[in-house]
Design a protein around this ligand. Structure first.
Ligand code: G
Ligand code: G
Ligand code: MN
Ligand code: NA
Length: 253
């Protein structure tokens, strides 16, 4: 309860901020995008990671307001980078199941318009829990979002309920291999098999595939050999403050 009222206060009080974790093309080694990750700069507790407040925000519904703030902040930042002449990248925003409603496409369009931002700058990462709602409704919202030119990626793929028969109907651009699978590469034969299977599904459905949580050169070598397109993880970069990300982008694009 205290954390809930604290979070409500944080929203109005400018205590949330975004960090940006770069995403890299395996082929070129260049930064091709970033994932925006929210943090809460708490006056007493310091920098609170999302794992400590997003689940609560999801349970209380506050995640809708958090999500509104995140989309706004991410687009504002992308606009600053664009105006600074930085190379165009795709900035990914995590969207909770509770935010994935019929009002989302309009809000996305409105935000892009207000910032004068091309839709190619924005990606939404949705999780499998989003897909557990009425599937035709979800696909309708997805279609409206992709019609704007904004791409969708499927986060935490393979960790939850995912029906392969629906997967082919989703207008998604990218599948994300969850960190819980990446972690076992190359020692765990099951994790290797799962990663290879996800890559194969992505290729056959004409989606891109990114592995998250890449921490070792052995993982990178395996993923490259398996045909994975993109990587994200501590081997390359932790989530960075905006200035540090901008610096990384200038150096490695
Ligand atoms: O940055 P960190 O690894 O602590 O993030 C933990 C999790 O919190 C992420 O896996 C992500 O799913 C979630 N998360 C981070 N930022 C956001 C956000 O802006 N919105 C939502 N809904 N979830 C987020
Ligand atoms: O749930 P989601 O995948 O959106 O969140 C990504 C989270 O994973 C972020 O909080 C980020 O800080 C964390 N993360 C990113 N890369 C790595 C990594 O290579 N190793 C570990 N252990 N965590 C990572
Ligand atoms: Mn994510
Ligand atoms: Na994930």
């Amino acid at each position: 309860m205290r954390i809930e009222s604290g979070l409500r206060h944080a929203l109005g009080n400018g205590e949330l901020l975004l960090h940006y974790q770069p995403k890299f093309s395996i082929d070129s080694g260049k930064i091709i995008g970033a994932e925006a990750l929210v943090r809460w700069r708490h006056p007493v507790r310091g920098l609170v990671p999302p794992a400590e407040f997003i689940p609560l925000a999801e349970a209380t519904g506050l995640v809708v307001q958090v999500g509104e703030w995140v989309l706004e902040a991410a687009c504002a930042q992308a606009k600053l980078w664009k105006d600074a002449g930085l190379p165009p990248i795709r900035l990914a925003v995590n969207v909770s199941a509770r935010e994935f409603t019929s009002t989302l496409p309009g809000r996305v369009q409105d935000t892009l318009t207000r910032y004068g931002l091309e839709p190619s700058w924005l990606e939404l990462e949705i999780t499998e829990s989003t897909l557990m709602n009425n599937i035709d409704r979800v696909i309708g919202i997805m279609d409206r979002i992709t019609a704007l030119g904004v791409t969708l990626s499927l986060d935490d793929f393979g960790t939850g309920y995912s029906s392969l028969s629906y997967l082919k109907r989703f207008p998604i651009d990218t599948l994300k291999i969850d960190r819980s699978f990446t972690i076992g590469i190359p020692a765990d034969a099951n994790d290797c098999a799962i990663a290879n299977t996800i890559i194969s599904i992505a290729q056959q459905l004409k989606h891109k595939v990114i592995a998250e949580g890449v921490e070792t050169v052995e993982q990178l070598a395996f993923l490259k050999n398996s045909g994975c397109d993109e990587v994200q993880g501590y081997l390359f970069s932790r989530p960075l403050e905006a200035d540090a990300f901008e610096q990384a982008l200038r150096e490695n694009w």
